[in-house]
Design a binder for this molecule. Structure first.
Ligand SMILES: NC(=O)c1ccc[n+]([C@@H]2O[C@H](COP(=O)([O-])OP(=O)(O)OC[C@H]3O[C@@H](n4cnc5c(N)ncnc54)[C@H](O)[C@@H]3O)[C@@H](O)[C@H]2O)c1
Length: 253
């Protein structure tokens, strides 16, 4: 088992169709002890279901709003109190708002930046501090193809900019944390069939977009989870500051 007894925290796992949930399942199947984190109260039921299905995972729930640095640090402390250490953070929580540049209100801009960029900084630095002290750890940030190609699929300029910030943050932290043996990498998914996408576009629009994807279909959450597991695991011990595309070929560069 690739992650036997590794302590892994997965954010954004409340919804049963999310990338976070698919990752939590895959990691639990591969022997990890897991904690699932989300602002949504449904994370408690999600953790209970995972703990029941995968008793060895000891799955714990962390209800946490990542826009709060205090809540992120409290979540980290709860993980350490329960498991004693942390080996991987897969950070998938995020929000997406479609809007043209001239329709984005200041409040909406702050909201998207607050969750996607400030929130990433808060949760990653909370766990990075502990990993640096341990002299080991792997952090995986789920960014977006929007960061690479300048939006254009869904999500407005604020969304694309926030995810561009996540890529820059990932690379900077990879540089700063390398000497502490903490790896920081990013994943850029494209169209993945989750609630995130079904709430943002019609099935017809999804079909239309699929014709532009070389693999001819949207991705599945499990297909992003596989990349997350690879970067969390010892299969990728010489990778840091990297960006993995999980996009069906829609952006090849
Ligand atoms: N689905 C896609 O097509 C796609 C494409 C590119 C990138 N992404 C990225 O993948 C990640 C996961 O997307 P998904 O499709 O699984 O979405 P999702 O909406 O199913 O899951 C996101 C989760 O983040 C949680 N969340 C939102 N704000 C939070 C906060 N302040 N604190 C803690 N948790 C919070 C939500 O409650 C939700 O459970 C996101 O970061 C998204 O930007 C998704």
């Amino acid at each position: 088992m690739l992650l036997k007894d590794k302590i892994c925290v997965i954010t954004g796992a409340a919804s049963s169709h999310s990338i976070g949930r698919a990752t939590a399942i895959l990691l639990a199947e591969n022997g990890a002890k897991i904690a699932v984190l989300d602002v949504h109260g449904g994370v408690v039921d999600a953790a209970a279901a995972l703990a029941e299905q995968y008793p060895a995972s000891g799955c714990m729930a962390l209800q946490c709003d990542i826009t709060s640095q205090e809540e992120c640090e409290a979540a980290r402390d709860a993980v350490i109190a329960r498991f004693g250490r942390v080996d991987a953070l897969i950070h998938s929580a995020g929000i997406m708002k479609p809007a043209k540049y001239n329709e984005i209100s200041p409040a909406e801009y702050e909201l998207v930046m607050g969750v996607n960029l400030r929130g990433t900084f808060n949760i990653v630095t909370a766990f990075a501090t502990t990993m640096a002290a341990q002299k080991s750890g792997s952090i995986v940030n789920v960014a977006s193809v929007a960061a690479q190609r300048g939006g254009g699929l869904f999500g407005g300029a604020h969304y694309a900019a926030s995810k561009g910030g996540v890529l820059s943050l990932t690379r900077t932290l990879a540089r700063e944390l390398g000497s502490a043996n903490v790896r920081v990498n990013a994943i850029c998914p494209s169209l993945i069939a989750t609630d995130f996408v079904s709430e943002a576009m019609s099935a017809d629009r999804l079909d239309e977009l699929s014709t532009a994807i070389p693999l001819g279909r949207p991705g599945r959450p499990e297909e992003v989870a596989g990349a997350c597991m690879f970067l969390a695991s010892d299969l990728s011990t010489y990778m840091t500051g990297a960006t993995l595309d999980v996009n069906g070929g829609i952006h090849i560069h």
